[in-house]
Design a protein around this ligand. Structure first.
Ligand code: COA
Length: 542
């Protein structure tokens, strides 16, 4: 072994450790509870689920289960997209996305949930759909669309139809991926109208299920209004019509289960192992579990988020054998940089230990460039209040040094992965590869917080601005106190991880103890190796 084992300093017998564990278990319980609501709850959804079952249709996640190989992992993204939005009537944004394994090969799945607004796409649904396509494009994976959607959610058409990453953008992506040889396959399991019709129509191969699958540019009401024709939906755009007459569909099957068997046959003919990077370009060795249990993380993260924790202890619970080769450990210590293996893959890790000072920014820049030069993927563990401010910091050139780090991150072409393990504030979010810097995946822990600045800082800054501003004379102390209260409330609400995941600023919230496996799966996609197929049959739900 060429890397030394991290010696943990954690004492599991202290009362603080026990308190922290208890508090974190509650965070995880809340996460599971909310994910379950998104899966089978949602206001007023019981009737639509009943109606869905009465029509003999399967739920979106069950459909995916029928396609994927038995006992293989599934990585589900953004389970809590749209959480708390749209009057809580769109659990999961009405769409299920993730990566699953078919015949040992990873595929991206995009499955509409027709029990949510008829599977029509709200703004967050189209964001989730497009994000899944981007994941496929970047990781060079084929896409399986399980289509059961009323198309655009018409009342909010201005937020889903015309812009770059709206409906048009999703079709653009689909056509471009197909041209690159990334297979685009559709199973039609509901009424696909107008925009919805283009998902199957742009696919390389289409399967339609008799009795439930329909494709039409305008449904019967539109046809009646426009042409005065009265026509039954199946006659207009059913499976028989499109497979035997129009040729829009390539296969007709009698049941959903037959559709999934046929889909698996088609997947086996796509030759999609041989796309993209040379298999095995990332240095890979035999894997070993960390020396310390992942559950320790619950006790390492203080129940009081203002009390810092040592990221080295987190690294020790994520990497193989808890072995870590630090880079420049004696300098710029508010950032930890170094090499490790994760599920056998050689990675560079950059983790915050608090505020980023000039030296730390320079060290991180140096390390990012080193990993780029050596073609080693980067993992960012974010827990920072941002770059240091103040006279000394400015004199040390923090603005330029921070910018160098930001530029290095932006220009690093190796696969990058980010996990928000604590605070993600200010430009620290950028330098540590936040969403704007296109990490291949970004996951967040349920204790994380994300905002331009922490709530108490924002309160001070904005109240001071008001005090010094033009209306200072007209503002009473009571009004200032009210302004302070409102700002604090706003910042606390908006930096909450559920607010963030609802808006898909991440690919989902993840239980810390699943982080190692999720990152391993993501790395194996970049490495183009078949490792994920060998993982346990767990759903890593985010
Ligand atoms: N926009 C907004 N809401 C829609 C919608 C759409 N495109 N499609 C369906 N919905 C809503 C319905 O209003 C209903 O809402 P509610 O639960 O609040 O009452 C819910 O989804 C279920 O729709 P319903 O028609 O009762 O379900 P169904 O299973 O019988 O039919 C569809 C589903 C998708 C086949 C049917 O709703 C449909 O044809 N929708 C319109 C499709 C269309 O014209 N799209 C144009 C896209 S550009």
């Amino acid at each position: 072994m060429t890397m030394r084992r991290i010696d943990t300093r954690i004492d599991r017998t202290t009362p603080t450790f026990a308190t922290n564990v208890e508090a974190y278990r509650e965070l995880v319980a809340t996460l599971r509870e909310r994910q379950q609501i998104a899966i089978d709850g949602g206001r007023g959804r019981a009737t639509s689920i009943e109606r869905h079952h009465a029509r003999g249709k399967l739920m979106a996640r069950t459909r995916i289960d029928h396609v994927t190989d038995a006992n293989t992992p599934f990585l589900e993204f953004s389970t809590l997209a749209a959480w708390g939005q749209y009057d809580d009537e769109a659990p999961g944004a009405g769409i299920v996305t993730g990566i699953g394994i078919v015949h040992g090969v990873p595929w991206v799945f995009i499955a509409n949930d027709a029990t949510v607004k008829g599977g029509s796409l709200l703004p967050m649904s189209i964001k989730k759909h497009v994000r899944a396509q981007d994941i496929a494009a970047e990781n060079e994976l084929g896409v399986i669309y399980l289509v059961d959607s009323g198309g655009a959610f018409l009342p909010l058409q201005d937020e889903i139809f015309p812009d770059r990453d709206h409906f048009g953008g999703s079709f653009h992506r689909q056509a471009r991926m197909s041209a690159r040889g990334l297979p685009q396959l559709s199973v039609v399991l509901g009424g696909c109208t107008a925009g919805g019709a283009y998902v199957p129509a742009l696919s390389d191969e289409v399967i339609m299920v008799e009795g439930i699958g329909r494709i039409f540019l305008g449904g019967p009401p539109i046809v009646k209004a426009a042409l005065g024709e009265i026509i039954d939906p199946d006659d207009l755009g059913g499976a028989a019509k499109h497979t035997r007459i129009s040729g829009v569909s390539d296969n007709i099957v009698a049941t959903e289960l037959e559709a999934y068997a046929r889909l698996r046959e088609i997947c086996a003919t796509t030759n999609c192992r041989n796309i993209g990077n040379e298999p095995g370009w990332i240095d890979h060795a035999d894997t070993e579990p960390p020396a310390y249990p992942a559950e320790d993380i619950y006790g390492i993260i203080n129940a009081d988020s203002r009390i810092p924790f040592d990221a080295t202890e987190v690294i020790a619970r994520l990497v193989d054998g808890s072995r870590f080769a630090p880079f420049k450990p004696e300098w710029g210590t508010s950032i930890i940089t170094g090499f490790a293996r994760l599920h056998g893959y050689l990675v560079g890790i950059i983790a915050n230990n608090g505020i980023i000072f000039s030296e730390a920014a320079l060290k991180a820049t140096h390390f990012i460039e080193l990993c780029e030069q050596r073609r080693i993927p980067l993992i960012f563990l974010q827990n920072t209040t941002g770059y240091m401010v103040g006279d000394d910091a400015e004199a040390s050139g923090i603005a330029k040094h921070g910018a160098k780090m930001v530029a290095a991150v932006a220009n690093a072409t190796v696969p990058k992965y980010t996990v928000l393990i604590g605070g993600s504030y200010g430009a620290g979010n950028y330098g540590m590869c936040g969403r704007g810097f296109d990490p291949r995946f970004l996951f967040a822990w349920p204790n994380s917080r994300i905002a331009t600045m922490a709530a108490d800082t924002a309160e001070t800054v904005l109240v001071d601005i008001r005090r010094a501003g033009l209306k200072a004379d007209e503002t009473s102390d009571e009004q200032l106190a009210e302004i302070a209260r409102m700002i604090r409330h706003q910042y606390e609400t908006q930096s909450d991880p559920y607010y963030a995941t609802s808006r898909m600023w991440d690919d989902g919230l993840i239980d810390p103890i699943h982080t190692r496996d999720a990152l391993g799966l993501c790395l194996s996609l970049a490495a183009r190796q078949d490792e994920p197929a060998k993982g346990p049959g767990i759903v890593y739900r985010m």
